[in-house]
Design a protein around this ligand. Structure first.
Ligand SMILES: [Fe+2]
Length: 199
């Protein structure tokens, strides 16, 4: 894909952080031009958030929790923000946006997609990238997901417009509970985002 930036939207572990160092090493090997960023998911926070964060950051992945980062790109800079999981933690956009300039446009990492209903109220956020749902893992053609998690009921998978903001929900590459997928393949999404930088 040769991406400019890599976004990872949380739930790196389900319940055990035993192999999270190996995971950090693998994910840290992904190459991008301007950096890799992550937010944590509810499972990370319910279990060992500190170990997950350390394992990722040791391998060059910046974990954003209620904060933002300016990313120097080829022609200017973009702003990437990340919030805490709403199911597992305490998202605080007021804190994360401190220091933003008036015309900054923000790419947001937020684990749970349904939080878009809140974030769409801030016009500076142009895109929210989420995970959490796995697309439902098991989908019925013509019907959709059989089971969806809390805070992942409204926006199951794919690209949505929520007010002036866009929301992308990736199906992720893993599974939770039953290790099965049906009509819902794992995915690494490639997004082309235009007209959002400060140039
Ligand atoms: Fe989750």
């Amino acid at each position: 894909m040769e991406p400019d930036v890599i976004f990872m939207t949380g739930d790196f572990i389900t319940s055990s952080s035993r192999r999270v160092e190996e995971l950090g090493e693998v994910l840290g090997g992904l190459k991008s031009k301007f950096g890799a960023f992550a937010c944590l998911g509810n499972h990370d926070i319910w279990n060992q958030p500190h170990r997950v964060r350390v394992a990722l950051e040791r391998h060059g992945i910046r974990v954003l929790t209620n904060e933002h980062s300016r990313v120097r790109c080829a022609d200017g800079e973009i702003v990437v923000a990340g919030l805490d999981s709403v199911w597992g933690g305490y998202p605080n956009w007021a804190k994360a946006r401190r220091g933003l300039k008036g015309d900054d446009r923000v790419l947001m990492l937020m684990h749970e997609p349904d939080y878009a209903e809140i974030l769409t109220k801030d016009a500076s956020i142009v895109l929210q990238c989420s995970g959490h749902t796995h697309g439902g893992q098991v989908r019925v053609p013509g019907w959709g997901a059989l089971i969806l998690p809390r805070y992942g009921k409204r926006y199951q998978a794919g690209l949505y417009r929520v007010g002036p903001m866009q929301l992308h929900v990736n199906r992720g590459i893993g599974t939770v509970d039953q290790h099965v997928r049906f009509w819902c393949p794992p995915e690494i999404a490639c997004l082309e985002v235009t007209n959002i930088g400060r140039f």
